[in-house]
Every structure is written in structure tokens, then in C-alpha cells.
Write a protein that binds this ligand. Structure first.
Ligand code: GLV
Ligand code: GLV
Length: 325
């Protein structure tokens, strides 16, 4: 009997189809915490499919531990920087991800972080909770308008486009930078392409929506932060390592930029010391896709991908379709 291993508990409605498959043994690790590497390597042995999350490293060691039966790794995320795709393709292992279904949830979170930082939610909440608020004051916790501000989106894919739509509802001007211009986005929305330095210089908010790769690792470091306005806010809901986190801490301490809204960190779950104490930083523990709807749909996509590959059917979101033929 073929076996499938799921490295974490997932929303049940999303894995029902997988559990119902007559010819599969599905082993779901019924826990939410990180799986120790040795346990992971043991439990995937002999599996035909594995559903992984973004902190499970899928590399040559993983592929060797799983063995020759492995046909598919379904990654429960849109990002797949945890996966050595070339090694998977070489081993004939299909890899899928979960785009589209988390686009709105993630764009909403980026918008929420922009509002939270610009309107000083964190300091406001502390004051309201402190018991020492002495009442409305004309000069209390003044933030910055989002309306009329310029938003620079780095990475104009699905999530970047969804954020641009939201930003236009808030009457923001939108610039974007992408590896290539995105004429489709430009034809549907009032957005303009800019080279990275120019985008950084012009934007009041900079929001990251590119994948993490060698090319985007530390895309935002000390020189890029220096280019930004002193009044600017940086938002990251993509991957932590796109920003040099130490350089960001220093830029915030030196007031080179005004604030940051961070959902992702360079060495999760570790967070660079000092960031947590800054009043102008709003931090969340990687919640971009964390809605019941998005997470259930992600689980369904992973289940469907595993079933489709094992049943030799067409798969919706394969990252290396060439391995199936
Ligand atoms: C989450 O970070 C994802 O890539 O889906
Ligand atoms: C991926 O990064 C996306 O924008 O969907």
C-alpha cells in the first residue's frame, strides 16, 4: 500500500479527500510544532508523497531518506525556498505549491500592517491598555496618512497585484518593481514600473512581494534602506531574508526610516534582538495566509496534488511539470 506523510496537523476539511482515498495509507503527524529532522527523515522512508511546510527542508538528504517510491512533495505554501527544486527534478519527484488561494489573505495582511504602522497601533494599544491614558490630546500619537501616499511594491505577482488593488481603494499612488515589467497589471490598474533605486527614493511605503532566491536574498540592505525616505515604512509579508534584518534594525534605530511592519523574519522563529522593543515596528508571527479559508484551501490543493500525481492525473500547480510525462 502506498504511503503519504503529512508533517503537521492541517485543517481537516482540506485533507478529507486524501484520507478517503482507498488505496493510500495517510500518516498525519498530529502536532503543530516543528518536526525534529531525524523524525522527519524516518517517517518519510518509503513514502510516495509528502506534504511539507515552509520550515521542512527538502534537499538531497530528504530525497535519499524517502527513497525511490517518492513521487511528489506538496509544499503547504506559495513560497518554496525550503525546497531544492533541481534535486527533486533530478530525482523525478514532482513539487507543487499553493498559489492563488492565499493571495487575498496575504495582501490583506500587508495592507493591515501598512495601516497599523502608519497609525501607530502598537503605541496606541499600549497607551489604551496602560491605565494611564489621560484623554484625547491634539498632538497625541500622530501618524501618517495612507491616502495620497506612494506605495512601492517590489514583486508584482499575484500578491503584489492584489495589494495594488487594495492600495488604489485607499487612494494611494502605486509604483512597482519586478524582474520584468508587468504590462497586464499596468493595463488594468494605474501602476507604474520603476527601477529599484527610484522606487525606494519615491515611496512612502515599500512592500515586498517577491520570492526568496539567491537574487533576492538581502535585496534590501543598508544601501537600499539609506535610499528610502526618513518618513518611509517598510512592509514584509514575503520572506524574512529578503531584508538584511540587522541592517533594518540599525536603520530604524538611527531613524533612517520611520517604521516597519514585519510578518516574516530572517531566521524564524528567531527575531533579531532589539527589533521587538522598537515602538514603530509592528510584528506578527508569519500569519500571511492564516485564515481558516486560505489554510483550508491550501490543504485541499496539497491533497489534490498528491492524489493527482499518484493517480497519474493532471496537477494544477506543479513547479517542475517536466518530471511528469
Ligand atoms: C507562506 O509564507 C507561503 O509562502 O505560503
Ligand atoms: C507569489 O509570490 C505570488 O505572488 O503569488
Amino acid at each position: 500500500m502506498r504511503r503519504v506523510f503529512v508533517t503537521r496537523r492541517l485543517p481537516e476539511a482540506g485533507v478529507r479527500g486524501l484520507l478517503a482515498a482507498p488505496d493510500l495509507v495517510v500518516d498525519i503527524r498530529q502536532r503543530d510544532d516543528a518536526i525534529p529532522r531525524q523524525e522527519l527523515l524516518q517517517r518519510i522512508e518509503g513514502c510516495s508523497g509528502v506534504i511539507t511546510i515552509l520550515s521542512d527542508r527538502v534537499d538531497r538528504e530528504f530525497l535519499a531518506a524517502a527513497g525511490d517510491h517518492l513521487r511528489i512533495v506538496a509544499n503547504y505554501a506559495v513560497g518554496f525556498d525550503n525546497i531544492d527544486l533541481a534535486a527533486c527534478s533530478e530525482a523525478g519527484v514532482a513539487v507543487s505549491n499553493t498559489p492563488d488561494v492565499l493571495t487575498n489573505a496575504t495582501a490583506d495582511l500587508a495592507m493591515a500592517l501598512m495601516l497599523a504602522v502608519s497609525r501607530r497601533f502598537r503605541e496606541g494599544q499600549s497607551l489604551a491598555e496602560s491605565g494611564s491614558w489621560s484623554g484625547w490630546e491634539p498632538m497625541q500619537l500622530l501618524g501618517r496618512d495612507v491616502s495620497g501616499a506612494t506605495l512601492g511594491i517590489i514583486g508584482m505577482g499575484r500578491i503584489g497585484t492584489a495589494l495594488a488593488k487594495r492600495a488604489q481603494g485607499f487612494a494611494m499612488n502605486v509604483l512597482y518593481h519586478n524582474r520584468r515589467p508587468n504590462p497586464e497589471a499596468e493595463s488594468r490598474m494605474d501602476v507604474r514600473f520603476a527601477e529599484l533605486p527610484s522606487l525606494l527614493e519615491q515611496s512612502d511605503f515599500v512592500s515586498l512581494h517577491c520570492p526568496l532566491s539567491e537574487a533576492t536574498h538581502h535585496l534590501i540592505g543598508a544601501p537600499e534602506l539609506k535610499r528610502m525616505k526618513e518618513s518611509a515604512v517598510i512592509i514584509n509579508t514575503a520572506r524574512g531574508a529578503i531584508i538584511d534584518e540587522q541592517a533594518l534594525l540599525e536603520a530604524l534605530l538611527q531613524k533612517q526610516i520611520w517604521g516597519a511592519g514585519l510578518d516574516v523574519f530572517e531566521r524564524e522563529p528567531e527575531i533579531t534582538q532589539g527589533l521587538a522593543h522598537l515602538p514603530n515596528v509592528v510584528m506578527l508571527p508569519h500569519l500571511g495566509s492564516a485564515t481558516t479559508e486560505a489554510r483550508t484551501a491550501m490543504a485541499r490543493l496539497c491533497s489534490e496534488a498528491v492524489l493527482a500525481v499518484l493517480q497519474h492525473k493532471k496537477v494544477a500547480h506543479l513547479l517542475n511539470p517536466e518530471v511528469i510525462s
